[in-house]
Design a binder for this molecule. Sequence first.
Ligand code: GLU
Length: 305
Amino acid sequence: MRSYKEVIECVYTDVKNITDTGKVADYIPELAHVDANNFGVNITTIDKESFGVGDFEKKFSIQSVSKILTLTLAYKFEGVKLWDRVDVEPSGNPFNSLLQLEADSGKPRNPFINAGAIVICDVLLSHLKNPKEDFLDFCREISNNPTLNYNEKVAESEKISGFRNVALCNFIKSFGNIKNDVEEVLDFYFYTCSLEMTCKELSEIFLYLTIDNFTTQKGERVITESQTKRINAIMLTCGFYDESGEFAFRVGLPGKSGVGGGIIAIHPDQYCMAVWSPKLNKKGNSYKGMLFLEKFTTKTASSIF
Ligand code: GLU
């Protein structure tokens, strides 16, 4: 951990001073209110040692990073049957694209683009009695963090502005790949995106994808070893919209970003790192977040390659 700490401090200072060419997401009105200068980093190692710098204890909207959590729960319920509903291929298109769905007959390319995550939410609605509460309980349990919560303002803000997601959900339903009521699916999807966490919390919740044989406080496994391998693989190939190749090339770790400016990156068997900086590059990924991780894995020679 000592060497990680030094590199984190040094790269943080370096990246903090770089001019950010990105822009805060404002298509969800509530997200535009965040201070663009926030910048936080937190690492949690497999020994559960934690170290953070900057704004690592401020809550932010994790947005699409939550797609890993919804996928995990749906995969737990469905096993391999899940892949009949959603594919595991990179999309090469923007996160909210409708284009490919027509050619692919309503089967989304992967669970990390909006179309895929909406289908995953539909799968969860078929399994959960009280979807919002049950999903939150799942997140609290795997992180051993009972304080986790949604940000209702963000969820409601997206509900009145998320026209593309409404279109996506209806479009997929027309192919028969949404089983529940469209409004209920979307309401659940918007709430999952509105989950709030700090960098510290974010780097802790994904330890189940980092540590071999991870068990919760109750002594339960979250998912199997093989499922862990597959989720990490989808993160590596599909976690950054149509910039997933670029992230793998520059950072070399499985990861996932969200339009709130958060990124999670996982080094299996070593650490889980969360970075947050709200200004996004043209592809919708945190500009400084990607830069930080690129410099960190380069300096510590700790990518998976
Ligand atoms: N709630 C956002 C949306 O559906 C999530 C996008 C993201 O973070 O990639 O547009």
